[in-house]
Design a protein around this ligand. Structure first.
Ligand code: NIG
Ligand code: FE
Length: 421
């Protein structure tokens, strides 16, 4: 059978991190089981993994004539990294806002005085489809270079301007077609209160529920629906209405919960069965317990906390102790986390969230796959899964996290195709 011949072999892998194990969110001690193989070998047939082991390939695996063979002596190989929370597609940038924040204005102050997200709404509205595509493509190339092979991308810079929301979702769809990285689209129409609906938020919630969400679901433009549940943005009740409607229309749920103020978004995530609740810096103990009971993944975004210049980070240790599975992401966006570097986020996971290296690698592979409902296809290196891998020029994952702010990727394998970095 031609299709079973190995077309790609990575051999002599000093540190092969397989992440083998159950295809479900890993919690507590499971987050430290990384399936390490010394002197590892992996074979793929086109875009599928057909063998994972150590030493040599078994004799019964046929090798295609033109198979590509990579020697990974001294290197570390992991599943392709997964960035499960980004605001990839947007126009413009907000560098001036950083300096306003340094002068003491807060993120929510800037937002309530009409800047912040509203600024990017204007730039995104003005940008053409091609401009948005080109800008996002540049970011995706950067992400690939950091070893990332799957990325979630949200709308949310159109708000009540539905055409702009749809333009973002169409850009995501086109990028998924033309770029090696796989994209997972999320509808985030409820990202800020549109200026037109200030004082009449319920009307906008109504439009989201009766017009936008049904359309997005029917046209298959999103897999997830997300809401920014925050003081001065969408309340818990409004978020409940929006997410419940999305659920009825077959979308999976995410929520920006308790990022800045402890409002109760964490409890809502548990109540509605969100796949993930994201940020959680201000989450209450009660909310976290409910999350654990309802198997909601915590997606933590420490570079956002850093960039907002907050002292307080999400309490990852408590979450792990309670049995909440954790994913780590960049939250790449022009306001609160302008970086595509998931390796940097991993370092923040260690220094600011006190996670150990094994927990960190779990959080950007299998748990991130679960946060995108893709755990059957990606997130670990096992026979039958996608040939998505990263080869890092580091002796171990501890080193990858320790030598920070630079890119350690040597080669990325996406769908069995080799991209030298
Ligand atoms: O996850 N919190 C809301 N959304 C983004 C920020 C978006 C922006 O500032 O443009 C976040 O931090
Ligand atoms: Fe976000």
């Amino acid at each position: 059978d031609m299709s079973e011949k190995a077309t790609l072999i990575i051999k002599n892998i000093s540190n092969l991190i397989t992440m083998r194990g159950p295809n479900r969110p890993r919690k507590k001690e499971e987050m430290s089981e990384i399936g390490l193989i010394k002197n590892g070998i992996i074979a793929a047939s086109k875009d599928k993994i057909i063998y994972v082991g150590s030493g040599d390939l078994p004799k019964d695996i046929e090798i295609a004539q033109d198979a590509k063979i990579i020697n990974a002596q001294g290197k570390t190989v992991t599943p392709g990294l997964i960035d499960s929370h980004t605001h990839l597609v947007h126009g413009g940038s907000r560098e001036y806002e950083l300096f306003k924040k340094l002068e003491g204005e807060s993120y929510l102050d800037i937002l309530s005085s009409g800047g912040g997200i509203y600024d990017t709404v204007e730039s995104t509205k003005k940008a053409s489809f091609d401009e948005l595509l080109k800008k996002a493509e540049k970011s995706l190339n950067r992400m690939l270079s950091y070893g990332v092979t799957t990325v979630e991308a949200k709308s949310g810079y159109g708000l009540d301007d539905f055409d702009t929301e749809l333009k973002q979702l169409e850009v995501i769809k086109e990028l998924n077609r033309i770029h090696p990285i796989d994209l997972v689209p999320t509808f985030l129409g409820a990202h800020a209160i549109p200026k037109k609906y200030q004082g009449n938020v319920d009307k906008f919630v109504d439009i989201l529920i009766t017009e936008m969400i049904p359309y997005v679901a029917e046209k298959n433009l999103a897999k997830f629906c997300d809401v920014f549940c925050e003081k001065g943005v969408f309340s818990v009740d409004q978020s409940r209405k929006i997410l419940s409607a999305a659920k009825e229309h077959g979308l999976f749920l995410k929520i920006h919960a308790d990022e800045i103020e402890p409002l109760g978004g964490t409890e809502l995530a548990a109540e509605l069965g969100c796949v993930s609740a994201d940020h959680l810096v201000g989450a209450s103990d009660e909310g976290l317990k409910k999350m654990a009971e309802n198997n909601v993944i915590a997606t933590l975004l420490p570079t956002t906390t850093f960039f907002l210049q907050s002292e307080k980070y999400a309490n990852a240790r408590k979450m792990i102790e309670l049995g909440i599975p954790i994913a780590l992401s960049t939250d790449y966006n022009p306001g609160s986390s302008p970086t595509e570097n998931l390796q940097l986020v991993m370092t923040f996971g260690a220094i600011k969230l006190h996670m150990n290296p094994k927990e960190i690698i779990t959080s950007v592979t299998i748990n991130a796959a679960c946060a995108l409902k893709l755990e059957d296809k990606i997130g670990s290196l096992e026979v039958g899964k996608k040939a998505d891998m990263a080869i890092f020029d580091v002796p171990n994952i501890e080193y990858l996290i320790y030598h920070f702010g630079v890119n350690h990727t040597q080669t990325v394998i996406k769908n069995g195709e080799v991209h030298d970095i």
